[in-house]
Design a protein around this ligand. Structure first.
Ligand code: NAP
Ligand code: GCO
Length: 267
């Protein structure tokens, strides 16, 4: 392998992907592993962690899985300590765990709004805060936040999610600003509409077998003319986790089939 190709390698690195039992986090963990990293993941309960462990095993991937609620600062600090003692210092953090509540704003309780902000914005702060001291000491680190189309765009029913993902974009830029001189890069991936359980309700077939109206809307709104696949986030994740992106900082890499570039088809 030449030096340039080696700059994409994650050999010897330890990567923690949050909420990675399935979906986007799973694909990203698989990619980081394929590039050479040791994978640590967590999820909210034992059932999900077991589901993840079985899936990684079936794919021939050795991982370390933990139950940890990313909104619980003590639990996150304990996880990072345990990983440091048993696996090693985390070099790469991917803040993937997230939730969405699709509720019209005037019907949404403040408690529901807070819950979304807690998981999608406060938790990335809590996890980043927990890994940063050891990254600073080691002299390098990569933090990748999973943003969204809703980091840029709004739509009906997702006020809390959009507020959180917009905030996460600015947290990304602020971590870059605060720790760039410590050789820490904090970037984000902004997936477009990706076919995962989170978006399954938006793709459900109608009683007459036709496509869900939202499904039709997304296909028309995406220059690629389709939903994305989780595996299409693998290359961008490896790039942002590797030395190949060492001068890329505070950036949101949108992987959206062109949605953000497109004004939409004229009627
Ligand atoms: P997802 O359904 O959003 O789930 C991610 C994982 O996070 C799940 O295993 C979930 O557990 C877990 N989780 C939720 N709250 C947690 C907590 N407090 N502590 C620990 N883990 C927690 O899956 P996804 O669609 O693959 O999305 C992954 C990320 O990408 C999210 O941040 C999402 O917002 C973002 N995203 C998704 C899309 C898309 O089109 N799918 C597009 C852009 C961005 P549960 O199953 O119990 O909820
Ligand atoms: C929604 C969707 C989105 C996507 C994704 C887009 O209801 O509009 O769930 O928000 O999941 O985050 O990038």
């Amino acid at each position: 392998m030449n030096d340039f190709m080696r700059s994409f390698s994650l050999e010897g690195k330890i990567a923690w992907v949050t909420g990675a039992s399935y979906g986007i986090g799973y694909a990203i963990a698989k990619a980081l592993h394929a590039a050479g990293a040791t994978i640590v993941f967590n999820d909210i309960n034992q059932e999900l962690v077991d589901k993840g462990l079985a899936a990684y095993k079936a794919d021939g991937i050795d991982v370390h899985g933990y139950v940890c609620d990313v909104t619980d600062e003590d639990a996150v600090q304990n996880l990072v300590k345990t990983v440091a003692e048993t696996v090693g210092v985390i070099d790469i953090l991917v803040n993937n765990a997230g939730i969405i509540k699709r509720i019209p704003m005037t019907e949404m309780s403040a408690a529901d709004f807070r819950k979304v902000i807690d998981v999608d914005l406060n938790a990335p702060f809590i996890c980043a805060k927990a890994v940063l001291p050891a990254m600073i000491e080691k002299g390098h680190g990569k933090i990748i936040n999973i943003c969204s189309m809703m980091s840029e765009l709004g739509r009906e029913t997702v006020s809390a999610y959009a507020a959180a993902k917009g905030g996460l974009k600015m947290l990304t830029r602020n971590i870059c600003s605060e720790f760039g001189d410590k050789n820490i890069q904090c970037n984000a991936i902004g997936p477009g509409y990706i076919a995962t359980p989170q978006t399954a309700p938006l793709r459900e077939r109608q009683a007459d077998g036709s496509r869900h109206p939202f499904d039709q809307f997304i296909i028309a709104r995406t220059p690629a003319g389709r939903w994305g696949d989780t595996e299409e986030l693998m290359g961008p994740a490896v790039f942002l986790a590797s030395d190949a992106s060492n001068f890329v900082n505070g950036h949101v890499l949108y992987v959206d089939g062109g949605i953000l570039a497109y004004i939409g088809k004229q009627p």
